[in-house]
Write a protein that binds this ligand. Structure first.
Ligand SMILES: Cc1cc2nc3c(=O)[nH]c(=O)nc-3n(C[C@H](O)[C@H](O)[C@H](O)COP(=O)(O)O)c2cc1C
Length: 366
């Protein structure tokens, strides 16, 4: 089945894209993913001066299900790529030569200086990558140099920096949003005003994964100390889905969305597409399951399309958006359906008569 989709002029063999991070660390791992069947990849974020990027160990932390031990949340305090830009430029060239039909997007980040952003854009563009993703969203470490989410949290900066890039870019530019903001539409619309053709959402949510009760140290603990980090994996998916739907309903026509956050299988990927994502990106899922997870993604989406009669991925994009409404409208719809009494079942006396867990189950949809 044909799962291809063309987004901002870029033809993805399928909508499954490696999210920027460890899955796109270097040319070797990118090649392995394309061989496995991934349609595209956003490489690990690059900057002009890798010497300024120094990582710590440990830099990951997990939140596990109390019952099964399954990883439900993941925190990292990893920085952007610490590999020299010249090495990256060679590898971008080499990957595009070997995989001309797969999509390669370069994620870039720089300090707040027009000449630096434009120099990086020009250099990377010359290698033949298909598009850019502007990292306005890494919420830790880089922020101390006023980079990453320090820009994405301020729509005026988001617009200005995007326009520096689009002034010199001849390929599509996506802007990657931070969720650590009240209204994600504001920076997204600012990026669009600056010339972005697409929005990627979301990056990680600021978090503290836990506290070691033996040592009293918050985690991940590095030489006894800690900084808040970025939260990802399945626990963030409902928040990402909400933000993607808000973007899909609030962005001008023609602006694409690349949905990210807690995608671990085809079911999750389909949810993002139905809420307006043309492509989906996966980072932590790949770190935990390996690149082979692409097989279930493809099979699951193909089966869904056959079962539901969709003929292309494009046809599914945004299909669930018309079902969002207002609370007042839901009440009105229940009245019309003569179910207004059902809505009163949560009144005080009912809660007192039944066990609270029973009552909670009664009011739950899934
Ligand atoms: C270890 C790690 C490193 C990451 N590094 C980057 C990065 O360099 N650039 C970037 O834009 N996002 C980075 N991210 C964020 C992911 O691309 C993604 O937006 C986020 O983790 C949510 O998606 P997920 O739940 O599929 O991981 C990183 C995430 C993790 C877990």
């Amino acid at each position: 089945m044909d799962l291809s989709i063309t987004v901002n002029g870029m033809k993805f063999p399928n909508p499954f894209v490696l999210g920027s991070g460890p899955p796109g660390t270097n040319a070797r791992v990118l090649a392995k993913s394309y061989d496995a069947g991934w349609g595209g990849a956003v490489a690990k974020t690059v900057s002009l001066e890798s010497a300024k990027v120094v990582n710590v160990v440990p830099r990951y932390g997990k939140l596990r299900s109390r019952r099964t031990g399954e990883v439900i949340g993941f925190e990292n305090i990893e920085l952007i790529s610490d590999r020299p830009i010249d090495v990256w430029l060679d590898e971008f060239r080499q990957i595009k030569k070997e995989y001309p039909n797969h999509i390669l997007i370069a994620s870039i980040m720089e300090e707040y200086e027009k000449s630096r952003w434009q120099e990086l854009t020009r250099m990377v563009q010359e290698t033949g990558v298909d598009g850019f993703e502007l990292n306005f969203s890494c919420p830790h470490g880089m922020t101390e140099r006023k980079m990453g989410s320090e820009m994405g949290e301020h729509p005026d900066l988001t617009e200005e920096v995007t326009s520096w890039v689009t002034e010199v870019a001849t390929i599509p530019v996506w802007a990657k949003m931070t969720p650590n903001i009240t209204n994600i539409r504001e920076p997204a619309l600012a990026a669009v005003a600056g010339g972005a053709a697409g929005i990627s959402a979301i990056n990680t949510i600021l978090s503290v994964i836990g506290v070691d009760l033996d040592t009293l140290r918050p985690m991940p603990t590095v030489e006894g100390h800690c900084v808040p980090g970025g939260y990802s994996a399945q626990a963030v998916r409902p928040i990402a889905l909400r933000m993607v739907s808000q973007l899909a309903l609030g962005l001008p026509d023609g602006i694409s969305i690349s949905g990210i956050g807690g995608i671990e299988n085809s079911h999750d990927a389909l949810e993002f597409m139905l809420l307006g994502s043309s492509t989906v990106q996966i980072c932590t899922g790949v770190m935990l399951q390996g690149v082979k997870m692409i097989e279930e993604l493809q099979e699951g989406v193909e089966k869904f399309m056959t079962d539901k009669g969709f003929e292309s991925v494009q046809e599914m994009v945004g299909k669930s958006l018309p079902y969002f409404s207002t609370h007042m409208d839901l009440v009105q719809k229940m009245k019309t359906a003569k179910r207004s009494k059902a809505g009163e079942a949560s009144r005080d006396n009912e809660w007192a008569q039944k066990d609270i867990t029973e009552k909670t189950a009664e009011l739950t949809s899934n």
